[in-house]
Each structure stands twice: as structure tokens, then as C-alpha cells.
Design a binder for this molecule. Structure first.
Ligand code: IDP
Ligand code: MG
Length: 140
């Protein structure tokens, strides 16, 4: 067992389309515990800083606009190999490429409006969790 934590975000389309409940059910059914959660409407500064690694990509402006278009649900998931497990449950970035049964296959509208975010490595997870959640206050 390699218990890990990872950051998940239910993106604006997932919140607006009413998929929070099912996304949480998918995580819990897969054995991932919800270790922290917060619903927020991100500012451009916050979304821009969170996605700083993508700042040089053409999609960056569109991504920041989209992520600030409505509330998002920030989640810390915990469980065995949580980083990889969450990425499996999410499916590929482009819903046309996502495997059957994945969250993005079910709900994503496009490569941009793709319902969920998930950390892509243990290092990203540590950085992303620390960006949104405080060890002293939010996480036990
Ligand atoms: P990931 O979310 O599957 O890890 P990344 O390549 O890290 O994918 O891209 C971050 C986010 O940027 C994607 O989830 C998606 O919302 C957006 N994005 C990536 N590529 C495109 C694109 O070609 N068009 C529109 N949005 C994109
Ligand atoms: Mg990514």
C-alpha cells in the first residue's frame, strides 16, 4: 500500500451541470477518501498562478478564463496510489480519447471544458494541495 494524496478539482462545467454528486461517488467507490473540500469561485490571479506551468501554452488564457467562469470544487483525495488512480478515473484530457466509464468520457464537453482536474505526479500533488489547502487548518 502506498497511501498518497492528490488534488482534484470539479471544474466549472462539472459544477454547473450538476455532476458534483456523481464525481464524489466515483472517487469514494474507487476507495479514495475525501480528505478536504472547498467550493470557491477563483479569481484570475488565483487560476493563473495555479496553472503557471502552462503559462507559455497558447491555451493558457482560455484555460484561466474558463476556470474563473463559475465556482469549482477543490478536493484532496487520499488513498492507495491516489495520484494514478484519480488520473485513471478522470480519463484522457480530450473526451474523444477518454476511456469508457471515465468521468471525462461521461461528462466532458470538449478538451477545454473537461469537468475535472487531477494532479499528474506526486510532486504536482504536493504543490497543488499546498496551493489551496493548509496543513495546519484544513488537513488532518
Ligand atoms: P490534464 O488536465 O489532462 O492534465 P493538461 O495538458 O495538463 O491536461 O492541460 C490542462 C488543462 O488545459 C486541460 O485539462 C484543459 O482544461 C486545458 N487544455 C489543454 N489542452 C487544451 C486544448 O487543446 N484546448 C483547450 N483547452 C485545453
Ligand atoms: Mg495537467
Amino acid at each position: 500500500m502506498a497511501t498518497e494524496r492528490t488534488l482534484s478539482i470539479v471544474k466549472p462545467d462539472g459544477v454547473q451541470n450538476g455532476h458534483i454528486g456523481h464525481v464524489l461517488t466515483v472517487f469514494e467507490a474507487a476507495g479514495l477518501r475525501i480528505a478536504a473540500a472547498r467550493l470557491v469561485h477563483l479569481t484570475s490571479a488565483q487560476a493563473g498562478a495555479f496553472y503557471q506551468e502552462h503559462a507559455a501554452r497558447p491555451v493558457y488564457g482560455e484555460l484561466v478564463d474558463y476556470m474563473t467562469s463559475g465556482p469549482v470544487l477543490l478536493l484532496v483525495l487520499e488513498g492507495d496510489q491516489a495520484v494514478a488512480r484519480n488520473r485513471e478515473l478522470m480519463g484522457a484530457t480530450d473526451p474523444a480519447q477518454a476511456a469508457d466509464g471515465t468521468i471525462r468520457k461521461l461528462y466532458a464537453e470538449s478538451k477545454g471544458r473537461n469537468t475535472v482536474h487531477g494532479s499528474d505526479s506526486a510532486a504536482s500533488a504536493a504543490r497543488e494541495i499546498a496551493f489551496f489547502f493548509s496543513q495546519a487548518f484544513d488537513l488532518t
